[in-house]
Ligand binder design. Structure first.
Ligand code: ADP
Ligand code: MG
Length: 550
């Protein structure tokens, strides 16, 4: 402590570069402070710091993996809150800012806090300056007054918070339990009774106040006996499930909750027990996207200009080709549950009706729509949950039909089947093609994060990843929920690029799945992404070229 104070006083008033001298390790009695990397000037990203403190929290908070992830998540949240309250501008640029990775409504594994024998918190401090001159007094305030208060509030055990932490970790434990047991019950998703699914607004992930709580139709209700409670709710079975209903009746809200159900949620979120299998992927049209060497011939063949769709490349995909590529790429890395909203789908990939079949004969239409691909998808082990508010043709191929009626879910399967018999479809069923999923081997040199010999990987926000010369557009990759995931995706792509020399995307993704943070250097800026999102980012890198497995 004294050493840090001395050093700060010695460099007071000097140019900013002199801050380099405080890099090092300092004993604060209760804890150890590491100043690991000092920023180059007051406007650069804040300096990386770390605190290590003996873990005095009760073991029940972290006695298994589910609880441990949730406990670490909890500590990040409290640290974030305390730091936000205490952090204030103390000079030029980022002077005085104290931050840690910002958590969303999702409970994720992150590199910001790790709880083992010790608790380690990795955070960032904007070292104070006036202009570019060091202000030691302000720096002293941060390290000797404010940080100790933040540590006291967030990294030390306080009995008052016991029940709150316990509930946080128990919810995550039960949510993981349900997710792990969905398969055993032949389910792909579960939405508990009393869940609050809608969000406050298009830009806020907080729950909507005064929303109508979710209630399962009796016929679909199942119960899970979790370690800490039993939960009843709607079970969605494997196979093809349609969500129907009038506009504005809550269809997309339900599907979005299912899409986010791959993650656990914090207590009070409303979606704590809206749980989905981890291999669920939201699929949508994304015209304009880049596509590299994907075999989309199951869905689309013989394009007019003679383009080979079994090795399809484009810098500007159409609605239907982009959606077909999204499906094929998802299947390539193991997705077995596709979530499709007609609002964001290409109509011609969803279906062609009888009149159109008559006017434009099959020979002139390269697309085999999803409705005709369902038998093939089924035999490939793929389930689908699809919003079809306008296409009753899907009644013929659905196993379950759920109607959203003023935000209330109803099981209308029988009714829909009767209607399908009464008004038989005039459509000609097209012969489904076999699902072809071809492994791809990226050329490592086409995954290049360097600009002039310097690695440039940046995640300015959740929707963008700068990777070398390219900016990867992730705005349509809907299951990314935190910026820390984007940063982790960028750094892991750099790390694994060489592996593709001998291994396919599928093989490499399987190797890294669940271990991404563990594979990356110990920095505080990562949140764990799924292998799917890593692959989807790679697929959108505009320099990517792949060799197909022959
Ligand atoms: P749809 O996809 O059927 O057109 P949305 O899911 O987009 O409808 O929902 C329409 C609006 O209703 C949204 O603003 C949403 O926040 C709100 N909403 C959804 N579910 C509920 C609910 N359970 N209680 C109250 N409002 C809801
Ligand atoms: Mg909708």
């Amino acid at each position: 402590m004294r050493k840090l104070r001395d050093r700060l006083r010695r460099i007071d008033g000097k140019g900013y570069k002199a801050y380099k001298e405080i890099e090092g390790r300092y004993n604060f009695g209760d804890y150890t402070l590491f100043i690991e990397h000092v920023q180059s000037d007051p406007f650069a990203p804040p300096s990386a710091c770390r605190i290590v403190i003996p873990n005095m929290f009760p073991e029940e908070f972290y006695l298994n993996e589910s609880r441990k992830v949730a406990f670490e998540d909890y500590l990040t949240r409290v640290f974030y809150e305390a730091a936000s309250r205490k952090s204030k501008r103390r000079g030029s640029g980022k002077s005085g800012i104290i931050t840690i990775l910002k958590p969303s409504q999702q409970i994720l594994k992150r590199s910001s806090v790790m709880a083992n024998e010790n608790i380690e918190a990795r955070f960032y401090v904007g070292l104070p300056a006036h202009g570019r001159k060091i202000v030691a007094k302000e720096a002293e305030k941060i390290f000797f007054e404010i940080l100790p208060e933040i540590v006291e509030k967030s990294l030390k055990y306080n009995k008052v918070e016991h029940e709150k932490i316990l509930e946080h970790v128990k919810i995550a434990e039960d949510a993981d339990f349900i997710r792990e047991n969905l398969r055993k019950h032949g389910l792909v998703a579960f939405v508990a009774n009393n869940s609050i699914l809608p969000r406050e607004s298009g830009i806020s992930e907080k729950p909507l106040r005064n929303a109508i709580p979710f209630k399962s139709p009796d016929s679909l209700e199942v119960e899970f006996e979790c370690p800490n409670r039993s939960v009843k709710g709607m079970g969605i079975k494997e196979g093809v499930t349609l969500i129907v209903g009038g506009a504005y009746h809550g269809k997309s809200t339900l599907l979005d909750a299912i899409a986010k159900g791959i993650y656990n949620h914090v207590p009070g979120d409303g979606r704590e027990f809206a749980i989905t299998r981890e291999d669920a992927v939201k699929i949508r049209a994304e015209d304009g996207r880049y596509v590299a060497n994907v075999d989309i011939s199951s869905f689309i063949s013989c394009l007019p200009n003679g383009t080979d769709t079994s090795n399809f490349c484009t810098t500007n995909a159409s609605g239907s080709t982009s959606q077909a590529a999204n499906i094929c790429e998802a299947l390539e890395v193991g997705a077995k549950l596709l979530l499709i909203d007609e609002d964001t789908s290409a109509t011609n990939l969803m279906m062609r009706d009888r009149r159109m079949q008559e006017l434009v004969p099959k020979e002139k239409e390269p697309i085999t729509p999803i409705i005709d691909m369902i038998p093939s998808l089924r035999s490939f082990g793929v389930s689908i949950i699809m919003i079809a508010g306008g296409i009753g043709e899907y009644f013929d191929v659905a196993d379950t039909v759920i109607m959203m009626d003023k935000y209330v879910a109803k099981d209308v399967t029988e009714k829909a089947k009767k209607i399908a018999m009464k008004f038989t479809s005039m459509r000609k069923r097209e012969k489904p093609r076999e699902i072809k999923v071809r492994d791809r081997y990226p050329l490592p040199e086409t995954i290049n994060p360097y600009i002039k010999e310097k690695v440039k990987i940046k995640a300015p926000d959740m929707s963008k990843l700068q990777f070398g010369k390219y900016t990867i557009d992730l705005s349509k990759v809907e299951q990314i929920v935190e910026r820390g995931q984007v940063k982790a995706i960028g750094d892991i792509l750099h790390k694994i690029a060489g592996d593709f020399k001998y291994k396919s995307i599928r093989e490499v993704m399987d190797e890294i799945d669940g271990k991404i943070i563990a594979m990356l250097p110990p920095k505080g800026e990562y949140a764990e992404p799924r292998k799917y999102e890593v692959a989807f980012a790679l697929n959108r890198l505009r320099s990517l070229k792949c060799r197909q497995k022959s």
